[in-house]
Design a protein around this ligand. Structure first.
Ligand code: AMP
Length: 187
């Protein structure tokens, strides 16, 4: 299956992507994770990305798109993938459509995990204490929510029009939410 996972910061995308990718036996590709790894390793890509991530802004499309095109070209993604946190902008949707069309594939589902804003801000502040992520300060969290609402949320419309959007309530336990996602993917 070829799936994209959308939803505001703190909705539980990363956790759910781990569960769902194992369940479906497809690689979990998180652009945020790839950036964080590169930041940690001090690569050129990491240095470029960090400047944006620390402010809660999106990394430029050209950078993200090149990285994803490369990652989806690897062997393990040939038979399916779960993209976590990509696409997030209209040019990224266009890039993914192009990659899929070149391979003769279609997207099976765009899953949007929905969540209450205040609830996710509180979740992210808690995560900051546990994981110490640099972009989990309250100011940056609020900026990330704004950017999501302005740039990414409207894109769900495109996937609704294609008939692949599956909206899933992200409130509840990890098991409850993954159960809902798996049920939505079977529809
Ligand atoms: P995430 O772990 O998915 O919340 O991503 C963390 C940060 O990485 C985001 O706030 C962005 O700065 C950057 N990032 C991750 N994925 C993308 C993307 N598809 N487009 C632009 N920036 C991204």
């Amino acid at each position: 299956m070829r799936i994209v996972l959308m939803g505001p910061p703190g909705a539980g995308k990363g956790t759910q992507a781990t569960v769902i990718s194992q369940e479906l036996n497809i690689p979990h590709i998180s652009t945020g994770e790839i950036f964080r790894r590169n930041v940690g390793e001090g690569t050129e890509l990491g240095i470029q990305a960090k400047e944006y991530m620390d402010k809660g802004e999106y990394v430029p499309d050209s950078v993200v798109n090149a990285m994803v095109a490369d990652r989806l070209g690897q062997d393990d993604a040939a038979h399916g993938f779960l993209l976590d946190g990509y696409p997030r902008t209209a040019p990224q949707v266009a890039e993914l459509n192009g990659i899929l069309a070149d391979g003769g594939y279609e997207l099976d589902a765009a899953v949007e995990i929905t969540a209450d804003t205040e609830e996710v801000v509180q979740r992210l502040l808690k995560r900051a204490e546990v994981e110490g992520r640099a972009d989990d300060t309250e100011e940056v969290i609020r900026r990330r929510m704004e950017v999501y609402a302005a740039e990414t949320e409207p894109l769900t419309r495109l996937y609704a029009d294609q008939g692949v959007l599956r909206q899933v309530d992200g409130m509840g336990s990890v098991e409850e939410v993954s159960g809902r996602i798996l049920a939505a993917l079977r529809d």
